[in-house]
Write a protein that binds this ligand. Sequence first.
Ligand code: TRP
Length: 355
Amino acid sequence: MSEFKPLVFSGVQPTGNLHLGNYLGAIKKFVALQAKNDCIYCVVDLHALTAQLVHEDMPNQIRSITAAFLASGIDPKAHIVFNQSAVPQHAELAWIFNCVARIGWMERMTQFKDKAGGKNAEQVSLGLLAYPSLMAADILVYRATHVPVGDDQKQHLELTRDIAMKFNLDFASQIRETGAGIDIKVGDQPVHAYFPMVEPLIDGPAPRVMSLRDGTKKMSKSDASDLSRINLMDDAETISKKIKKAKTDPDALPSETEGLKGRPEADNLVGIFAALSDKSKADVLKDFGGQQFSVFKPALVDLAVETLAPVNGEMRRLMGDPGYIDTVLRDGGARARARAEKTMKEVRDIIGFVQ
Ligand code: TRP
């Protein structure tokens, strides 16, 4: 019994400004994973077309996500940073996965139902329905094994496993004939697999950063109120204003995490503090239990400004040098393409395409 070589893959869409939720929920984890893993981080520009076709500012959106990756400490030489459209093999594998996945699987995705809900079929693109199949292709075209994402993407990763499993089973004899598969265990079942069963990496103290105006809603770039989120490009004064205006309740902070139950705003701010300082919520409450928000908020402002200012400054510097960013993307794209083509050659063989 062998195992797939561990490989981390994740993607961020080039739409809207990055905010603290993207930073804590995704990018900060990407940075930490580099120490012990081979990592591929992708600006998923093809995905950006699913909800809206025309993006006036597409090149700068792609560059600004790339700048955020680099400014946060992702090393594009030791790992791979690129934009999805530079590697056509993603779209090629996505087509094959469109023929593996069933329409019913796609229609059951809660994100699709949320976005398409109420609108008739003339108003949402076919791409929006097929989107998780492209996401599966992003990951599996590298046969990646681990995917750091926010918890809203968990269902898409389950679908990725379903697609991988159906491909492995439907093409079982061809996979054997080509010698490209490996023997793995799925639960107790031995399976001869070409594609691995991906594992989501979702944990951390702030897997879900909530709105500063409503602790029951996710922090989102589409929220009408800019006070609801901290953007990665916000300056110190703006960060301070937003945290000071953040909704809270009148009670002091509890000493134990139990006491955060039923207090979504308090829970959110403590979670943000914990994630920014690499501590657990319990440790944060050890320091601040019994304190009022009038004490906790200024401490959170200092921490947020101190942590985000260097990222913010470096992002601005990089955005002033688009030529450099484009070089990084081109280099990453070439290395990603070489790896993806190796997989696609094998996939074409497994399917029986003449090449
Ligand atoms: N769907 C993800 C999101 O909206 C972005 C994404 C696309 C992704 N392809 C991916 C994430 C592959 C992880 C792996 O956040």
